[in-house]
Ligand binder design. Structure first.
Ligand SMILES: [Zn+2]
Length: 456
């Protein structure tokens, strides 16, 4: 049966598109990016049975009984991944208003908002995210873990999540939730239960506490940051001994380590300690990049974060404006050097610094700084799957992988902004939604009722 887009919309609206476990679907499009090759495949066909891809290639025969979805002049790709998000937060407006909001909103209300951020993210084509830090001041709630579980159980529509819980950092550092507030406003100094730890033993305790409470990945702040009031952006915040303990304990528990790091010294020490990815990396010098290359450490550049802040500088206090300017001025050259040196680049945006769902704007920033379009696409698919340790399951369009498949109009290798207009999203064989999009936003996007209700 051949189903055109309009007919599919009607079917979805009638609610008769609920997908059986072994349903056979043939997705067709003019092109396909498979997540690892250097060229697009023409006349692409991807065959999906249930939640898995059974075949993908050029001009494949459509098996009998398959439902054909012909997406026309579009490019199929593996679902995008974002290795650096904060789905339980929104820091995108006026800084001081957001700071006050942290104190005003109940954690339950913030959790409800997070469900909308999850939906916006997956509808933008990001079927997997790593969530690198979720904390609510003076609260012990693990909202990122709850969000991940609710999505996995089918209660909510959202991306597959690998979560870091609180993140780990030093007293007075980038992650100290009480930094910048009056002393003892919250009654006690934050401790390991808030992710704040000092000394190798306490760092190990914090790692164990986070894993106990559901962390899939360990995040730590090893240097200062832009959006924190009490620190300098590039100073080291953990000692080499603390970083060694952080990496050792995390790896013993089979968790990857992602470190927030702008400063060069902290980056060198973190790379030496064996972290899996450097997040941001703004001030890294070529010698530091050489160390990354040797060690195989990933760089997650989060260009969107500084781009957004620089575009709305008036939203931030003067001290943060100065930090943002310094980090942004340094990061473009650092990123160009990283491309030239062939550093492994993972796609990550720091979504929450800017509104959720705009993750794909990172692609153009990468390409504008010298990355090829195909390498940018790889960073958000095959590379991220490798960094996240889920390359066996997702990241490429290949037989046996989970059917996380998106489509975008035209050819993203000739216009990378096509990634911002994702027109079809399937996650684990279920259609999340589809419809044409414009640069201004979404039009005629149709959500599938098949994924709008809990399954357990
Ligand atoms: Zn972040």
């Amino acid at each position: 049966m051949k189903i055109t887009f309009r007919v599919l919309v009607i079917l979805l609206c009638l609610g008769i598109a609920a997908q059986a476990a072994d349903q056979l679907i043939a997705l067709k499009a003019a092109r396909m990016f498979d997540g690892k090759s250097n060229a697009l495949v023409q006349n692409a066909v991807v065959i999906v049975r249930g939640d898995k891809i059974v075949d993908a290639g050029s001009n494949l025969p459509v098996p009998s009984g398959a439902q054909v979805i012909d997406l026309g002049d579009a490019t199929l790709a593996p679902g995008f991944m974002d290795a650096h998000t904060h789905l339980t937060a929104d820091f995108s407006g006026n800084y001081n208003e957001r700071r006050l909001q942290q104190l005003d909103l109940n954690v339950s209300e913030q959790a409800i908002r997070a469900t909308a951020f999850a939906r916006a993210t997956v509808e933008a084509g990001f079927t997997t995210v790593r969530d690198l830090g979720s904390r609510f001041i003076a609260s012990q709630e693990f909202v990122d873990v709850a969000l991940r579980k609710s999505i996995n159980r089918g209660v909510l529509v959202g991306p597959r999540m690998l979560v870091a819980t609180k993140g780990i950092g030093a007293t007075g550092g980038h992650f100290d939730p009480s930094g910048g507030f009056r002393d003892f406003l919250f009654g006690r100094e934050p401790d390991y239960t808030d992710g704040i730890a000092n000394g190798p033993d306490e760092i190990r305790k914090a790692v164990r506490f986070e894993v106990k409470n559901g962390a899939d990945v360990i995040k730590a702040a090893v240097s200062g940051g832009v959006l924190s009031l009490g620190d300098e952006v590039d100073t080291p915040q953990l000692t080499p001994a603390e970083m060694t303990a952080l990496v050792d304990e995390s790896h013993r528990l089979r968790k990857k380590v992602a470190v927030h790091c702008h400063g060069d010294q902290a980056a060198r020490e973190a790379i030496e300690a064996g972290v899996d990815s450097i997040e941001h990396g703004s001030f890294m010098k070529p010698e530091t990049l050489t160390m990354m290359k040797k060690k195989g450490t990933f760089l997650t550049p989060t260009l969107m974060a500084s781009e957004w802040i620089m575009g709305k500088l008036d939203n931030y206090p003067p001290a943060l404006q100065a930090k943002a300017k310094a980090a942004t001025a340094a990061r473009s050259e650092m990123f160009r050097n990283a491309i030239k040196m062939g550093i492994k680049i993972s796609f990550g945006t720091d979504a929450a610094v800017f509104p959720h769902g705009q993750n794909a704007k990172e692609f153009k920033l990468m390409v504008d700084l010298g990355m090829s379009a195909i390498d940018a696409l790889k960073s958000a698919t095959g590379n991220d799957a490798e960094l996240l340790g889920i390359g066996q399951k997702v990241g490429t369009l290949e037989k046996g992988k989970l059917a996380d498949i998106i489509a975008m109009p035209g050819d993203p290798t000739s216009d990378i902004t096509a990634t911002e207009r994702v027109s079809f999203v399937m996650k684990e064989g279920k259609i999340i939604g589809q419809g044409p999009r414009t640069r201004q936003g979404t039009v005629e996007w149709t959500r599938s009722p098949a994924v709008a209700a809990p399954v357990d």
